[in-house]
Design a binder for this molecule. Structure first.
Ligand code: FMN
Length: 320
């Protein structure tokens, strides 16, 4: 158990925000396997301000196990604070500011990791959101722009001074995107320099990695992203190992199939069958990764047009 401001989190395993992946259905599945907190996909402040239906849909956390952190992005201190007020009213338990996204579409607007090149603006953004909302505000960042950069140390100090209640460090630079390795030594350094909780992130691929990051860096919690794609079981494995020292067996084939279908049915209920089937194809491919004949199954998954075809494609042994 640890806390971010006034929000208690039942364990030190957090599901990372991932655009196009961590929607409501995904978060419900992740929580059901025991992560302590989930995060929304990144949400545009302007989309919130204009009341865009799609944006509102992404920000909706009704009916989910709490806490859920809602992540927003933007570059204008006043506008992003307006967006923060909207997601607070919609029920966000924590508001996270995206200062790490490396994609050109975001960078060109001065958003995401571009903010690591403009610390005065980053300070204004954090300050104006903290002033505007009552829920805890957190900042998710990379190490900096260039390889080897340590801008995160300055940005985390700014975040703390401005009243942020935790920081998450994905210890890669913007220029690295997802290549190379996350520099866990930098997470350790950041933790040494911070009085607010530090969440370590980057390259946790197993429960053992989660334990190792906590031990090696002293961070307060770990955040798991890519390893959970089609593998929400990692949350159960990591939570059990970190909190109780228990080593859990990997899921059986039947449990994988059952979970994929539960995930699909949740997606259908939130988005309708047509959209859900299209979006769930990638998840189904991840759920069956490593199975014998996976390439052939993937072909069937990618041509499935309905819920039942998708289920048939992965060779479910029972009727669902
Ligand atoms: C497809 C994808 C989408 C992502 N979207 C977001 C996002 O919306 N907001 C964010 O802060 N990070 C995002 N990330 C970064 C992850 O949250 C995380 O920092 C990164 O993947 C490193 O952690 P990992 O090694 O556990 O995957 C995304 C990553 C991936 C692979």
């Amino acid at each position: 158990m640890f806390s971010i401001g006034t929000v208690s989190i039942s364990n030190r395993i957090i599901a990372a925000p991932m655009a196009g992946i961590t929607d409501k259905a995904n978060r419900i599945i992740a929580r059901s396997f025991g992560c302590g907190m989930t995060c929304s996909e990144m949400i545009s402040d302007m989309g919130l301000i204009y009341g865009q239906k799609k944006t509102q849909h992404i920000a909706d956390t009704s009916g989910e196990s709490k806490p859920v952190s809602i992540q927003i992005f933007g570059s204008d201190p006043e506008k992003i604070a307006q967006g923060a007020v909207i997601v607070e009213e919609m029920g966000a338990d924590i508001i996270d500011i995206n200062m790490g996204c490396p994609t050109p579409k975001i960078i060109k607007n001065g958003e995401g990791s571009a903010l690591m090149l403009d610390l005065p603006r980053s300070r204004d953004i954090i300050r104006s959101i903290v002033k505007a909302v009552r829920v805890p505000v957190t900042v998710k960042m990379r190490r900096g722009w260039e390889d080897g950069s340590t801008t995160c140390l300055e940005l985390a100090a700014i975040a703390e001074q401005e009243g942020a209640k935790a920081v998450t460090l994905h210890a890669r630079s913007r220029m690295q995107f997802y290549s190379g390795q996350a520099d866990w030594a930098l997470i350790k350094e950041l933790k040494k320099n911070s009085s607010i909780p530090v969440i370590g992130n980057g390259d946790i691929w197993s429960a053992d990695d989660a334990v190792r990051m906590l031990e090696e860096t002293g961070c307060d919690a770990v955040m798991i992203g890519r390893a959970a794609m089609g593998n929400p079981f990692i949350f159960r494995e990591a939570a059990e190992l970190v909190e109780k020292g228990n080593r859990i067996q990997p899921p059986t084939f039947d449990e994988r199939i059952h979970t994929a279908i539960r995930h699909l049915d949740l997606a259908c209920s939130f988005k309708g069958e047509a959209v859900a089937v299209r979006e769930m194809r990638k998840h189904f491919s991840w759920y069956i990764k490593g199975r014998s004949g996976a390439a052939k199954i993937r072909l069937l998954i990618n041509t499935a047009q309905s819920r039942d075809q998708l289920i048939q494609a992965i060779g479910a042994r029972h009727k669902y």
